[in-house]
Design a protein around this ligand. Structure first.
Ligand SMILES: Cc1cc2nc3c(=O)[nH]c(=O)nc-3n(C[C@H](O)[C@H](O)[C@H](O)COP(=O)(O)O)c2cc1C
Length: 541
C-alpha cells in the first residue's frame, strides 16, 4: 500500500526528485559510479510453477506494409485468438535478435530500453479464447510463452472482456537503478512509453487498435496483476504498476471495471529474484509514491484535429520486418543527409491523427513539443527548429523562450505542419555537449530535445509526471520506426544535461522542461558484434 500524500506534498517531492536527477555540465546525477557485475539483474522475470502456454512464432505471416500501418490503414482484421496475440507480443515486447561479442551475449527486443536493461514487463488479461484459458498471463519474451499467473472463478468475468483484451505494463525500477542510480526512474518511464507505442503499432498491424485505459488507479492495477502479494514479492524485486491498454478489434467499453476483473482470482507461480542483492537508491521509492495514481474519472478523450493523411512511404517493407529490424544506432557517419520532404514526413507522424498508431492509443492532448537541432537536412538550413504540436503551446513557447528567436514558419513544409525556424546555425557542438558529449547527437541528420509542458499539468495531478515521460517515449518510438523506414536509424538519448538545454533556449523556471532527447542519422555498423536470430534457441534440443 502506498503512503497517502497530499497533492502539494507529492508535487514537492516530484520536483525535488526531478531536480536531483538532472545531469549537469559539472556533475552527473547520483549513480553507482561503476557496474556491480555480480548483481547484474536478470533481464527476464519468470513465474516458477505457473502453467505455460507456448506461442507460435508467426509474425512473418503478417504482410501489411509499414507504410500502410503508419497511416492508420487496417485492411485486414485478425481474429482475437492465441495466434494473433502471439503476433501482438512478438512484435511489441518480443525478442528481435541476440547480439554476441567475445563471451558476451545479450538479447534485443522490439521495444528499446535505456542500457538494454528492460524494466518493462508485459501482462495479458484475456477472456476464454481459442487455445487460451481466461485469466492473467505474464509474457516471457525469452521463451515467447505466456505464464498463467491467475485464473478467474467460473462466474466472475462474464462478459467483461468482449472484442478485446487488456495488455498491462509494469516496471522493475531496480533493473535500471543497478546501472543508472537516481535517474533510473525517468528511464523506466521512457521505456514504458516506448512499450506503449510498440503495442499500439503491433495492434494496428493486426487490424486492431490499442487504447490506453485512463481511469484505473495504480493500487487496483497492482491488485489485479498480483503485484501486491507480499507472499510472492517479499524476497524479490518488486514491480510497479504502470499502465493498462485495451487492445483488440472492438473499442474499449466504458463499463470495463478493474474491480470486477480483480474479483475472485486465484494466483499461481512465484516470481524469480533478479539479483542476489540490490542497492536501494533513496529517491526512487519516494518519487514512485509521490507519482502514485489514484483511480480517476477520465475526462473525455482528446480528439485530434482533422489533418491530411500521412504522405505515402516509398519503401515496401512489411511492418513485421521493419518492427523487428529496428535497432539503435551506436554511431552515425556524419555525412548522410535526409531530404527535406522525408524529414517533414517523419515530423508529420509526430502529430496525432484519429486512426494512426501509436498516437491513436493516447487519450490526452499533446504536451510534448520537439525542438530540433537540424544538422543535415537537404534543402533546409542547419539550425534550431520547433514543432509546436498544439496552437496553445506555440503561443506559450513564444513567450517562454527568451532570446532573439526568429519564429519563422518553415515555408517548404506542408501547410498543416507547425514547424518553426528559431535560428540558422551550426548546432552540432551544442547538440553533442547537451547530450552528455555523445557524438551521435552531432553526427546525425538531426537531434531532438523533447520540450514538455511541466509545472502546469503536474499542478493538480502529480502522477502526470509519468505520463509526460511516456509521451516522449511514444514520440521516440515513432522516430525509431520512421527512421528505419527511411533507410536510416535512430537512437534514444536519456543522458543529457537538462538545464544546459534550458539555458540555450532562454527557458527559466519549471513551466517547461526537456524530458528526453533523440538523434536520427546514417548509421555506422559495429562489425565486431555478431547478429543472431531471436528465437533459434527455442528450436535447439
Ligand atoms: C530511454 C532510452 C534512453 C537511451 N539513452 C541512450 C543514450 O543516452 N545513449 C545511447 O547511445 N543509447 C541510448 N539508448 C539506446 C539503448 O542503448 C538501446 O535502446 C538499447 O541498447 C537496446 O538496443 P536496441 O534499441 O537496438 O534494441 C537509449 C534508449 C532508450 C529507450
Amino acid at each position: 500500500m502506498k503512503l497517502e500524500l497530499s497533492v502539494s506534498n507529492s508535487l514537492a517531492r516530484i520536483v525535488a526528485y526531478h531536480q536531483a536527477s538532472k545531469h549537469h555540465l559539472d556533475r552527473y546525477a547520483p549513480g553507482p559510479g561503476g557496474l556491480d557485475w555480480a548483481n547484474q539483474p536478470d533481464p527476464f522475470r519468470r513465474y516458477a510453477g505457473a502453467p505455460c502456454v507456448e506461442l507460435p512464432l508467426q509474425a512473418d505471416a503478417l504482410t501489411i506494409p509499414f507504410a500502410a500501418v503508419r497511416r492508420g490503414e487496417r485492411p485486414i482484421v485478425y481474429p482475437l485468438d492465441r495466434d494473433s496475440l502471439a503476433i501482438l507480443f512478438e512484435l511489441s515486447l518480443g525478442l528481435s535478435a541476440w547480439k554476441q561479442h567475445a563471451d558476451s551475449r545479450w538479447a534485443l527486443r522490439c521495444n528499446p530500453s535505456s542500457g538494454n536493461l528492460h524494466p518493462t514487463e508485459g501482462y495479458l488479461i484475456c477472456p476464454a479464447l481459442p487455445d487460451l484459458t481466461p485469466g492473467i498471463h505474464h509474457y516471457l519474451s525469452c521463451d515467447h510463452v505466456l505464464e498463467q499467473r491467475a485464473e478467474p472463478s467460473a462466474t466472475t468475468w462474464g462478459n467483461e472482456l468482449r472484442g478485446g483484451v487488456v495488455v498491462a505494463l509494469t516496471g522493475i525500477h531496480w533493473r535500471e537503478a543497478w546501472k543508472y542510480g537516481l535517474r533510473a526512474y525517468r528511464y523506466c518511464q521512457h521505456d514504458c512509453g516506448h512499450a506503449i507505442a510498440a503495442v499500439a503499432y503491433a495492434a494496428a498491424a493486426l487490424g486492431w487498435r490499442a487504447q490506453l485505459i485512463p481511469g484505473w488507479g495504480d493500487d487496483e492495477l497492482a491488485a489485479l496483476l498480483g503485484l501486491d502479494r507480499v507472499e510472492d514479492f517479499a524476497d524479490v524485486e518488486p514491480e510497479s504498476p504502470e499502465v493498462a491498454l485495451w487492445v483488440g478489434p472492438e473499442p474499449l467499453s466504458a463499463a470495463l471495471s478493474v474491480h470486477t476483473l480483480a474479483h475472485g482470482l486465484s494466483y499461481t507461480g512465484r516470481p524469480n529474484g533478479l539479483s542476489s542483492s540490490q542497492v536501494d537508491w533513496p529517491g526512487i521509492e519516494e518519487v514512485d509514491c509521490a507519482a502514485h495514481r489514484p483511480p480517476t474519472i477520465p475526462a473525455s478523450r482528446f480528439q485530434p484535429p482533422s489533418r491530411p493523411p500521412l504522405a505515402e512511404g516509398d519503401r515496401p517493407a512489411s511492418a513485421s520486418t521493419l518492427i523487428r529490424q529496428r535497432r539503435s544506432a551506436v554511431a552515425f557517419d556524419g555525412v548522410t543527409a535526409l531530404p527535406a520532404e522525408r524529414w517533414f514526413m517523419m515530423l508529420d507522424a509526430l502529430l496525432p491523427r484519429a486512426d494512426a498508431p501509436p498516437l491513436d492509443a493516447w487519450p490526452w492532448s499533446p504536451r510534448v513539443h520537439p525542438l530540433f537541432f537540424a544538422h543535415r537536412i537537404d534543402g533546409v538550413p542547419p539550425g534550431l527548429y520547433l514543432l509546436a504540436r498544439t496552437a496553445e503551446a506555440l503561443a506559450e513557447l513564444r513567450g517562454a523562450l527568451h532570446g532573439n528567436w526568429a519564429w519563422s514558419r518553415v515555408e517548404q513544409a506542408p501547410e498543416h505542419l507547425p514547424l518553426y525556424q528559431l535560428t540558422v546555425a551550426d548546432a552540432r557542438d551544442a547538440a553533442r555537449v547537451i547530450a552528455c558529449h555523445q557524438d551521435i547527437a552531432a553526427d546525425s541528420c538531426f537531434a531532438v530535445g523533447f520540450l514538455t509542458e511541466f509545472a502546469g499539468p503536474l499542478q493538480r495531478a502529480p502522477w502526470v509526471y509519468r505520463e509526460l515521460f511516456w509521451e516522449t517515449g511514444l514520440l521516440g518510438q515513432i522516430l525509431y520506426l520512421e527512421a528505419e523506414s527511411a533507410g536510416i536509424r535512430a537512437t534514444g538519448i536519456g543522458c543529457f544535461f537538462d538545464d544546459a538545454l534550458h539555458r540555450l533556449l532562454g527557458l527559466d523556471g519549471l513551466a517547461w522542461q526537456s524530458l528526453y532527447h533523440f538523434t536520427v542519422g546514417g548509421p555506422i555498423e559495429d562489425r565486431r558484434v555478431q547478429n543472431l536470430p531471436p528465437y533459434a534457441h527455442l528450436h535447439q534440443g
